[in-house]
Design a protein around this ligand. Sequence first.
Ligand code: ZN
Length: 212
Amino acid sequence: MTGSTNMARIFCIGQNYIAHIKELSNPMPEKPVIFMRPLSCQVPPGEEIHFPKHGKLLHYEVEVVVRIGKQGQNINEEEALSYIDAVTLGADLTLRDLQKQAKEKGLPWEEAKSFEQSAPLGEFRPYDPAEINLKNLNFTCKINGELRQNGNTDDMLFSFERLIAELSKIWILSPGDMIYTGTPSGVGPLQIGDSIEVESDQIGSFKWSIIE
Ligand code: ZN
């Protein structure tokens, strides 16, 4: 089951790990920073990703991605985890140069974040709390086999429960909707020829390569 329909959305959370907020010199957000990507930005594991031609500084960001399994609005934090039906890892590819310009001018982030192939996405694993501990999930990002990011969901500023509660105040969450839940510290640049591998022993390992 892919679980996604053409109606599904990709919600993304920025600035959700304290060490990452500090490495980008961002102020600590008081509520989740939310942006979106079209579903067409997804890249399945194993595929090649073209380096975007409209920017120069392409950054990797490994993220835990959860998928919504049932419809809900104004969801309570206490019930929020029951809305997750599957979990995987993805990468939030970001043109940091364009994002910096957009931030300085107070402009939206689409050119920096929501371009073609900007959302590599692993294969979803069914969410079983007995097998996947979302409160203590270790996950990594390797570039050309070298460890660059080593995160744990324990360090999230806003929990999965809080993210689902906040999103569902604004949108009616529906089956197939996905949430990229933010990246830990260690982000950095990608070059043509690089491989990017995201991994968690509770979820699996997924890899992509960057080509011209
Ligand atoms: Zn991100």
